[in-house]
Design a binder for this molecule. Structure first.
Ligand SMILES: [Zn+2]
Length: 257
């Protein structure tokens, strides 16, 4: 069995037994990998038995049997590079980062590499500026949607193609992949009402070229919860599953419903 070396971020972490963990890592060159880390929680005299933490970045060495794609790989080495202290300093940042990791795990396939998405997640976790957690997260979600080919259409009706400027688009349908105009809207069951100001903000967010722009843009923070809700709704519908982190992130970011 060949050993594979990569750099990776822990996007899910499950306890497996007293001494082992199952980790889902997002590796830059080899994509999502499910790895069993045997004995990793066993401490030594000088080192506490803490294991490998969620959202850590590290150099990983693992092996995988070629004939069984679905089986767990075996982690043979983990060299911690960054534990990302900034995301652990406040709850909104912590849950926003967990949400990004959870959606990455849901939206990408095992063994399917997305180096640009990896770089974006690494950049997000390294950011010191968690003053705008929902803006940072909205930027990341747009990168994720582009990478997996699920970017919604906000400029025109997704059903008839009419420009948003010339018709009134008050509904959004994830399965149709964008806005719906008044004429098309009655034909579709899966849809939700959307405020035009939220659509304007979402278009601006989609155009942010990098995280620095997201953090410095003068788009008001008050509009970010509704942009997040729209992107979260879209992902939940197209992936057919909600994120376990959405509710707790919503309350940590100061929005309840
Ligand atoms: Zn239409």
């Amino acid at each position: 069995m060949a050993l594979i070396k990569d750099i990776a971020i822990v996007i899910r972490r499950l306890d497996y037994s007293e001494t082992s963990q199952v980790l889902v890592v997002f590796a830059r060159e080899t994509g999502q990998q499910r790895l069993i880390a045997k004995g990793v929680k066993r401490g030594t005299k000088s080192k506490a038995a803490t294991g490998i933490d969620l959202l850590e970045l590290g150099f990983v060495v693992y092996s995988r049997r070629a004939e069984s794609e679905a089986a767990l790989g075996t982690l043979t080495e983990w060299r911690q590079e960054d534990v990302h202290p900034a995301v652990r300093r406040n709850l909104a940042a912590w849950y926003a980062a967990q949400y990004a990791a959870d959606r990455t795990a849901q939206a990408t396939q095992e063994g399917d590499p997305h180096p640009e998405l990896f770089d974006a997640l690494k950049h997000l976790l390294e950011s010191e500026a968690w003053s705008r957690p929902l803006a940072a997260l909205a930027w990341y979600l747009c990168v994720l949607l582009r990478e997996v080919g699920l970017v919604p259409q906000f400029e025109r009706c997704a059903a008839c193609g009419a420009e948003r400027a010339s018709v009134s688009c008050v509904y959004f349908s994830a399965r149709q992949g964008g806005l719906l105009c008044r004429d098309c809207e009655p034909a579709f069951v899966e849809k939700r009402r959307v405020d035009p100001r939220t659509v304007d903000a979402a278009i601006a967010v989609e155009e942010w070229p990098d995280l620095a722009t997201a953090l410095e843009d003068d788009l008001p923070e008050t509009v970010m919860p509704s942009v997040f809700e729209l992107l979260d709704y879209h992902l939940t519908e197209v992936l057919s599953k909600p994120s376990r982190v959405t509710a707790i992130l919503r309350s940590a970011a100061g929005r309840t419903r």
